[in-house]
Design a binder for this molecule. Structure first.
Ligand SMILES: Cc1cc2nc3c(=O)[nH]c(=O)nc-3n(C[C@H](O)[C@H](O)[C@H](O)COP(=O)(O)O)c2cc1C
Length: 358
């Protein structure tokens, strides 16, 4: 079991903050699939929280089924960050994470996100202020460094732990890399060692980056010694990745993967949460966007994808009919696993090989 300060998690697997994707409807869906130890909100603007602007209020919204929840804040003004953290603590967050990895200009130009790796003294001041302000554990999510080839994260992580940060998540790329290249497992291992050393083994370090299948999570733990895994992009089309990864990590095998019918029930659940919380227009738009992620895990399903992409707001009450029609047409295949993780891993390996030989 993984603990972050006093917070005990049921698994060591975390759903990452992914701006524009990991909102309440998606988090509830991933939790229903099973084995999400902790899920995060998207990065939240502390000014937006304090002014209670509509978009931030939505991004921060949660409900009792959405636990345990970490809220992630970005910013470098200690007063404003502390006030926003207090609000988050009072509104459902069991941990508060400071974003120290976002490479997007809108964030870095305010000296927040990954730019915090370039100002370690000030970053430590902000972290200490949050630790002293709230009772819930404060955590930080870092990249390896800011510039290409840099690995400043181990030293920054040590200093953050000295002021009371209770968990470090490390994405194995620099900010300059953005999402290019491979996440560097050696870099992650260096941060894990620094965190374990500075926290005398009591502060966990979570590995993140390029975990695309449960087998990647297993390899990440073996290679880096990290205490848990955070998954972002791979979860978007397969929110059941946590369930299957947990099974692999705890039993050594993945059995009973969800069938096509079961996977599509989760897709329907995602749509219905979105519909109930955000209304028909946004629900249809979201499904049109995210169906291609799901279809990678549904086997041959072009008619389903085309039907969903063609939906307009006027079709909002036809979503279940479209999905159920596809399930009926699938016949016996509906109750089989459309593509296993072993097959998905082979697909990914093949596309890496063909890219390398191109
Ligand atoms: C579209 C997108 C939005 C993201 N938004 C956030 C965010 O709000 N906060 C954050 O800490 N990381 C964010 N990330 C980074 C992910 O949490 C994660 O660190 C990164 O994608 C690597 O993990 P993965 O290989 O499992 O995707 C985002 C990534 C993507 C692709």
């Amino acid at each position: 079991m993984l603990t972050i300060g006093p917070v005990q998690l049921k698994t060591n697997l975390m759903l990452a903050p992914v701006a524009g994707h990991c909102d309440l409807p998606f988090r509830l869906t991933a939790r229903a699939c099973g084995s999400v130890g902790l899920a995060f909100t998207d990065l939240l603007c502390p000014h937006g929280i304090l002014k209670q602007n509509d978009q931030t209020r939505w991004l921060a919204s949660t409900n009792p089924d959405d636990q345990p929840l970490g809220m992630q804040l970005y910013g470098q003004d200690p007063d404003i960050m502390a006030e926003a953290a207090r609000w988050a603590e009072g509104n459902g967050a069991v941990t508060i994470d400071i974003n120290m990895g976002c490479p997007v200009d809108k964030v870095t130009k305010t000296f927040a996100g990954s730019m915090m790796l370039c100002t370690p003294d000030h970053t430590v001041t902000v972290a200490e202020r949050l630790v002293k302000t709230v009772k819930v554990p404060v955590t930080a999510k870092l990249r390896l460094g800011y510039h290409d080839g840099e690995c400043t994260a181990p030293e920054i992580a040590r200093r953050l732990i000295d002021v009371g940060i209770q968990c470090i998540t490390i994405h194995g790329r620099t900010a300059a890399q953005r999402f290019k290249g491979q996440a560097c497992r050696d870099g992650i291992r260096a941060v894990v060692e620094a965190v374990h050393d500075a926290g005398s083994g009591r502060v966990p370090c979570i590995g993140n980056g390029d975990v695309k299948t449960p087998y990647d999570a297993q390899r990440m733990i073996e290679h880096t010694g990290c205490d848990g895994i955070m998954i972002a992009r791979a979860a978007l089309g397969a929110p059941w990745i946590f369930r299957d990864t947990h099974e692999l990590l705890t039993t050594g095998a993945i059995t009973g993967e969800y069938t096509l019918r079961q996977r599509l029930e989760f897709v329907k659940m995602h749509y219905h949460h979105m519909h109930a919380m955000r209304g028909p227009r946004r629900a249809v738009m979201r499904m049109r966007q995210c169906i291609s992620g799901y279809t990678r895990h549904l086997g041959p399903c072009k008619p389903l994808k085309l039907a969903i992409v063609a939906m307009t707001e006027a079709d909002h009450d036809r979503f279940d009919d479209i999905v159920d029609g596809f399930i009926d047409a699938a016949g016996d295949a509906a109750d089989r696993v459309p593509i296993t993780w072993a097959q998905r891993a082979e697909q990914l390996a093949q596309s890496t090989r063909s890219l390398a030989s191109a």
